[in-house]
Design a protein around this ligand. Structure first.
Ligand code: CUA
Length: 313
């Protein structure tokens, strides 16, 4: 059945995925079997008892107890079996083992933020160790979002004013896609994240020093990557067009009109302040809806973003 699973479903990333796939394939094949059985019988009856062959019915049979019990009890047994099978899996997916590492997840329009037990915070991207259970404790700052990792076969709504949980043990190293699966506004489809599953050594190194590839990246390039991966691009364009927030093009070196009537010089200090304290200076014609990135970006990443914006003349 593996070829069928590979055809229908994304690669498996957790121990749980294998279990869920068995159940999914069972229900799919069972449905296909009954569909074919019923369609074939219907077709055969239509042909066999067509009017040209059989005179108007004169039978006195009203029912058949044996037949009715058969078509009631067999499906009852099947769906009861499916219920207990899937209920078991639901419980297994709901209750995390006590030693699971806990990651706090906050969803807001339109990005994911994560906080590790040691205080490390990231946006739209996390690294987790291979083969160790990870538990996500999730809440939303605005509307309902949904934390969906297809390769782990898990999806859980993320709600404002309430915590929901989800856990898994990753079994496949590499990158896994995180999606928002609840329509949450204009940039819902951009609310993407990456879950990197690392071996132990790589995970520890990342936790302490951040990404190898980004540490050696030139500032401007790093800035562009952050712009694309940390949620900036959902609100700020780089082609000069208007978004939820002002475009990044034409900021650096220009006078900027603010909502309170003052103007400010678009320099490094202004950009830095707008990243860390977005409410300090609101650009005229826009709403102050941007969340702060205080603590979410490393110092070098802020500098890189400024360099990137500087390059957009
Ligand atoms: Cu968040 Cu859709």
């Amino acid at each position: 059945m593996n070829w069928l699973r590979d055809l229908l479903l994304p690669a498996q990333g957790s121990a749980y995925a294998g279990e869920i796939d068995k159940l999914f394939l069972f229900i799919t094949l069972l449905s296909a079997f009954f569909f074919l059985l019923i369609a074939a019988l219907t077709g055969w009856f239509v042909w066999r008892y067509r009017r040209a062959r059989v005179a108007a019915p004169s039978s006195t049979v009203t029912h058949s107890l044996a037949l009715e019990l058969t078509w009631t009890l067999i499906p009852l047994a099947i769906v009861t079996g499916i219920f207990f099978w899937s209920f078991n899996q639901y419980v297994a997916a709901s209750v995390a083992p006590g030693d699971a590492m806990e990651i706090q997840v906050t969803a807001k329009k339109w990005l994911w933020t994560f906080e590790y037990p040691n205080g490390t915070r990231t946006i739209n991207e996390i690294h987790i160790p291979l083969g160790k259970p990870v538990k996500f404790v999730m809440s939303s700052e605005d509307v309902i979002h949904s934390f969906y990792v297809p390769s782990m076969r898990l999806k859980q709504d993320v709600l404002p004013n309430r915590y929901t949980e989800l856990w898994f043990t990753p079994t496949a190293a590499g990158m896994h896609t995180l999606l928002c699966a609840e329509y949450c506004g204009r940039s819902h489809s951009d609310m993407l994240g990456r879950i990197w599953v690392d071996n132990d050594a790589a995970y520890q190194k990342w936790l302490e020093e951040g990404d190898e590839s980004t540490r050696s990246m030139p500032l401007k390039e790093l800035g562009k990557m952050i712009y694309e991966s940390r949620g900036c691009s959902t609100c700020h364009s780089i082609d000069g067009s208007r978004g939820q927030g002002p475009s990044f093009t034409g900021v650096f070196g220009h006078e900027i009109k603010l909502a309170d009537g003052k103007t400010v010089q678009g320099d490094a200090n202004y950009i830095r302040e707008s990243i860390l304290q977005p409410q300090a200076k609101i650009v005229a014609g826009y709403e102050g809806i941007m969340p702060t990135f205080q603590g979410l970006l490393r110092e070098r990443e802020i500098v890189a973003l400024i360099e990137f914006i500087k390059s957009l003349k």
